[in-house]
Design a protein around this ligand. Structure first.
Ligand SMILES: Cc1cc2nc3c(=O)[nH]c(=O)nc-3n(C[C@H](O)[C@H](O)[C@H](O)COP(=O)(O)OP(=O)(O)OC[C@H]3O[C@@H](n4cnc5c(N)ncnc54)[C@H](O)[C@@H]3O)c2cc1C
Length: 197
């Protein structure tokens, strides 16, 4: 052990840091030059383009960004957000019960209203508000809601010059979420209670 406690602390930190870097570089699976990065950022990685031709030599910051892509907060595109939202909505429709409770009907109507106000793409939200105005939400049953949703998705598709989806195939395209012990079943949710309309 070093006589200077501060020096000992620094040496210990260096050992731990090296060990973490070693394991991290093994975990990432590429040979990398992993070095301590100064001023605020603990690690930087540089991937050698000789060993991985798909990666160009880049600055430490760029390289780190490449490695963290997918886990960083890179902005979504309007298209990615749209696909994720439609996935959510069609999955919700697939799980919407044949005989929804009054609360479930109310919730779905409100959800669509809120979407038309708060969808994080103003142009889309404004458009969806108009779509809702001419196509009031149908929430009487699973069939009603999933067909209505398919229809309004097609209204958006048409406005964007996309192919119209055949709504008779909506149940084949969108299924319920795979979930153990019906834990994802809407009726399994205690918050909806046993109330029927
Ligand atoms: C409420 C809302 C409003 C939007 N408004 C706009 C807008 O005004 N302007 C804009 O640029 N973008 C808008 N978007 C995004 C846009 O609708 C698309 O999501 C985006 O362009 C990506 O399209 P995509 O071709 O990948 O498939 P998406 O339209 O995202 O569809 C995803 C998948 O759903 C399936 N699908 C397609 N049509 C149907 C249907 N009718 N019924 C069931 N399943 C279907 C297909 O398998 C498709 O691959 C909006 C999205 C939402 C959720």
């Amino acid at each position: 052990m070093s006589e200077n406690p501060l020096q000992f602390l620094l040496q210990t930190f260096e050992k731990v840091s090296n060990s973490v870097q070693h394991h991290l570089s093994n975990f990432i699976g590429h040979h990398q030059n992993v070095s301590a990065y100064n001023k605020g950022t603990i690690f930087s990685f540089s991937i050698s383009s000789k060993e991985n031709p798909s990666v160009s030599d880049a600055s430490p910051i760029q390289s780190r960004d490449i490695l963290l892509k997918g886990k960083s907060s890179a902005p979504l595109t309007k298209e990615e957000l749209g696909r994720a939202t439609w996935t959510f909505l069609h999955t919700l429709a697939a799980q919407y019960p044949e005989k929804p409770t009054r609360q479930q009907k109310k919730d779905v109507k409100e959800l669509m209203e809120i979407l038309s106000r708060m969808y994080p793409c103003k142009e889309c939200a404004d458009h969806f508000k108009e779509v809702l105005r001419s196509n009031p939400v149908q929430v009487g049953s699973h069939a009603e809601f999933s067909q209505w949703l398919c229809h309004v998705h097609n209204v958006v598709n048409r406005s964007l010059g996309k192919v119209v989806f055949p709504c008779e195939r909506v149940d084949a395209r969108w299924g319920k979420l795979e979930c153990e012990q019906r834990a994802c079943d809407l009726l399994g949710s205690t918050s909806f209670g046993e109330e029927r309309h």
